[in-house]
Design a binder for this molecule. Structure first.
Ligand code: B3K
Ligand code: ZN
Length: 868
């Protein structure tokens, strides 16, 4: 039967938010019976269907071998339904009926890591956003919520049989096979379904909620990784307490399971009660993982846990609303992490990610609003814009409301919408109603693409003793969004006495509160100004403190003012921001380096002991990749690298013995606080890199000693980078020793690959040798990302032989794992900023590959990139 004329979704079509329609049927309950065999899996599904609106029953299904369909026990003939590669449509169904389907699937050959797949000896699922349709025919959309009962059956060589919810029963079928039956009492969309079958060890603990519920906590991993699961377990308990204290949200089931998998497309997945994690986001141990990885593990554990309410209990109506759950949950995990370590440094690290990933994305051909209005492949929209900019929108609203009102707003959201699939409007309305503050203007942030530019000018009137700041905002024109409007921009502001460095008390009726030190002004027009009185002399202003809004700030203050802020600002984030603004001016606009260096000389000696972590961030020199993202045309990677190398050389020499003396004075092992020790380790590595830039005769011996003696991965890797990237005589031996020590530790081995791929003078033959290494594996996204990420961190290499590397990878993964293929291709999305002739060459290479691309993922990305 020809179903091309059917009104429902066809393959390869753009989907529009404006076309949203309710599903014709809801699923009251669903019973899955999953029988795993070595070369196929049987999935039998029984669903109780209930009509909601007029129209045919549409079930989505991909790569399923359909064996049988029954309605109310009657087998359907093929004339009674329509079936193509995306869906199964049954035209005349009763209002209430039982549907049974039987399909075969092939997890053992599923390389896309979506649906049910086999990773090594482990069967796992990944169903967000549209993976469930690869397991069985189902109305696979987030607004269909149901109670799931799951029977899993497999060979006994797989002792672990897990699914969401409570274990109802388990038993043996015969000498070789066994089964388990699980039921999840909470209604959920299919994307939150999970099951795991394999042979894993488990770390157990428990948590008692504020309501007195005893929750069994279990982290599953391979036996030898269990000792690396303790940090994650502590972070989980901490997250559970944090959500009770900050949002009043206790956990709602009797168990919470986490499974660590080495082959996983992203960081982790919040399946109800059964999270599945990339090993890189759960295993943490100072000996095997870096400090940064440990921090990330804690934040991802929290992120997935927080989804239990923001995402699972309250889910998205449709995938356009993705940032409803992701933006809010990222904001929640960032706030959690701010409580774990220095809040300023956490904010610095979060803003660094925003500026280095989201700003360039929003300035290029892949720009989209945090809530997109159309897509071809939703997997392409798990972006920095949806996640990180989404988080910033929530942060702005939370900052404006303040703690108490924000909590009233979130309470109202959970009261209104628990158990529902909702929209971004529902969230903003509930937050407004609960807090009593109309936040509807913030919807513009969700619906418009691009990073707004905030232009600020200042004027001091000595006679009146007033100080005026004038604000203008603008958004880059966008043909697809002709009606761009001014957005509400919270501007956190402080004024400092230019002589004493003291902070002024602010007197201005335009602020949220008058007579305060830390002021907040809401700028929500195209242009406006604000006046401060009682200002004795021209002050130094600090704007957007804590990065109170995700905008490009254009403010023509002097380099001296920025150097002043590095020394006197009490907000650690803005101290860092001043270093970055100054460094950008030096690197991109030829400003002299002296103000920065003098400010460092003044600030660092004290800070190194007081707050080593913040001190390490003040030494961040923007990366070549970040600088590239600030150049819109005629970009020459070699030239940018030379300018940056020269600055590092200047800083290195100008600070003389500071590096070595500080290196020798630091002793992270003596620090009992993790964040203090982490700061000292970060500093030690930076000191080594500046000593290397000075060509200090001892640096390689010091680095080799640090490499060999330390049991801490941050110290070991920091030293290894110095040796390898500077071609030290000890480099080969160190690499070899690292390999021998860690060849059976995949996450550590990823770092070994990354360091080599990130060698500044890597050549094409060396890259080829790396990917021909027996431990390189195109089936493991972490390994691919290690090499590609290393390469991509060196734009000079990435834009020469790297171009073919990324194109070949995208081409290969187009068939094997298009989600990752599409991601990696984005490394080339700023091809149009290159200077000629490189620009035309890369363009031609991208055009040449286009005809061979098959997946929606890669082709949507490529065609957007080519429109730049
Ligand atoms: N929600 C998942 C992401 C799923 C990505 C699918 N391509 C993880 C997270 O954001 O918590
Ligand atoms: Zn998430």
């Amino acid at each position: 039967m020809n179903i091309a004329a059917n009104p429902v979704v066809q393959a390869d079509e753009t989907v529009y938010l404006k076309d949203y329609q309710k599903p014709t049927y809801l699923v009251d309950s669903v019973h899955l019976d999953i029988q795993i065999f070595e070369d196929y899996t049987i999935v039998n599904t029984v669903m109780s269907m209930q009509r909601q609106t007029e129209g045919p029953l549409v079930l989505l299904g991909r790569d399923l071998e359909l064996k049988q369909i029954k309605i109310n026990d009657h087998v359907l003939s093929s004339a009674q339904y329509q079936h193509n590669e995306e869906q199964l449509v049954i035209l005349d169904c009763p209002d209430l009926f039982t549907l049974e389907t039987s399909v075969h699937i092939h997890p053992e050959t599923n390389t896309m890591l979506e649906g049910l797949y086999k990773a090594g000896d482990l069967f796992v699922t990944q169903n967000e956003p549209e993976g469930f349709r690869k397991i069985t025919f189902y109305p696979d959309r987030p607004d269909v919520l149901s109670v799931f009962t799951t029977r899993v059956e497999a060979d006994k060589k797989y002792p672990i049989l897990l699914a969401n919810g409570n274990l109802l029963e388990k038993g043996e079928l015969n000498a070789t096979r066994h089964y388990a039956i699980w039921q999840d009492p909470t209604k959920k969309p299919a994307y939150l379904f999970a099951c795991v079958v394999g042979d894993l060890a488990v770390l157990k603990d428990h948590y008692v909620t504020s309501e007195g519920r005893r929750v069994a906590l279990e982290i599953y991993a391979i036996e030898k990784d269990i000792p690396k699961c303790h940090i994650a377990m502590e972070a989980l308990k901490h997250s559970m307490r944090w959500d009770e204290e900050h949002y009043g949200l206790p956990y709602d089931l009797d168990n919470y399971m986490i499974v660590a998998v080495s082959q996983f497309n992203m960081g982790a997945m919040e399946n109800k009660g059964l999270n599945i994690f990339n090993t890189s986001c759960v295993l943490a141990d100072e000996e095997y993982t870096t400090d940064a990885a440990i921090m990330r593990v804690q934040s991802v554990i929290a992120h997935e846990y927080f989804h239990n309410w923001t995402g699972n209990r309250i889910t998205c109506r449709d995938w356009f609303q993705l940032c409803l759950k992701e933006g809010l949950t990222v904001f929640r995990d960032q706030s959690f992490s701010e409580d774990l370590q220095s809040a300023a440094v956490q904010r610095i690290d979060d803003v660094s990610v925003l500026k280095s990933h989201q700003f360039p994305e929003d300035a290029g051909p892949l720009s989209h609003p945090p809530r997109p209005d159309h897509f071809v492949e939703i997997n392409n929209f798990y972006t920095a814009t949806v996640y990180e900019k989404g988080a910033e929108i929530n942060r702005m609203m939370a900052t404006l409301l303040g703690k108490t009102k924000y909590r009233l707003g979130t309470d109202e959201y959970f009261r209104r919408h628990d158990g529902q699939a909702v929209t971004v409007e529902d969230w903003v309305n509930a937050l407004s109603a609960g807090s009593g503050v109309d936040l509807s203007a913030f919807l513009r942030w969700y619906n418009q693409p691009g990073t707004p530019t905030l232009h600020v000018t200042e004027h001091y009137d000595a006679a009146e003793k007033t100080y005026r700041l004038t604000f203008k905002q603008s958004l880059k024109e966008n043909a697809k969004y002709p009606d761009l409007k001014a957005v509400p921009i919270p501007v956190a502001v402080a004024l400092f006495d230019a002589t004493t460095g003291e902070q002024y008390t602010l007197h201005s009726n335009d602020l949220f509160k008058n007579h305060v030190q830390d002021g907040m002004y809401l700028f929500d027009q195209d242009e406006a100004s604000i006046v401060f009185s009682d200002i004795e002399q021209a002050p130094v202003v600090s704007l957007l403190r804590n990065f109170s809004a995700p905008v490009h700030l254009i403010f023509d203050d002097s380099d001296e003012s920025l150097a002043f802020l590095i020394q006197h600002e009490t907000n650690g984030f803005n101290q860092w921001q001043a270093t970055q603004t100054l460094l950008e001016r030096i690197l991109l606009n030829n400003h002299p380096a002296q103000h920065y260096i003098d400010a460092l000389k003044h600030t660092l000696p004290n800070l190194v002991n007081k707050d080593p972590l913040l001190a390490s961030r003040l030494l961040d020199v923007p990366s070549e990749s970040y600088l590239a993202s600030r150049i819109d045309q005629d970009y020459l990677p070699e030239k940018m690298k030379a300018v940056r190398d020269q600055l590092i050389y200047t800083i290195a020499h100008d600070m003389g013995a500071f590096w070595k003396e500080t290196y020798q004075a630091l002793d992270p092992a003596q620090q009992s606080e993790f964040s203090q020790a982490m700061g000292e380790r970060a500093l030690k590595n930076i000191m080594l890199s500046y000593m290397a830039a000075q060509k200090d005769k001892d640096v390689f011996d010091l680095a080799f000693a640090q490499f060999s003696d330390s049991k801490n991965m941050s110290e070991r890797l920091g030293a290894l980078k110095i040796l390898v990237w500077h071609d030290a005589p000890q480099a080969k031996d160190a690499l070899h020793a690292f390999y021998v020590r860690f060849k059976d530790e995949p996450l550590a081995l990823d770092q070994w690959f990354m360091i080599q791929a990130a060698h500044p003078k890597l050549n094409e033959a060396e890259l080829k040798a790396l990917i021909a290494h027996p431990d390189y594996d195109l089936g493991t996204p972490n390994r691919i990302r290690a090499v590609s990420g290393g390469l991509n961190s060196r734009p000079v290499n990435a834009w020469s032989f790297g171009v073919q590397h990324f194109i070949h990878l995208a081409q290969y993964l187009d068939e094997k794992n298009p989600i990752i293929g599409s991601r990696l291709l984005q490394a080339l999305s700023r091809w149009y900023t290159l200077a000629e002739p490189k620009r035309s060459e890369v363009l031609q290479q991208l055009k040449d590959v286009q005809p061979s691309i098959r997946s929606k993922n890669v082709s949507e990305t490529l065609s957007s990139m080519l429109k730049a």
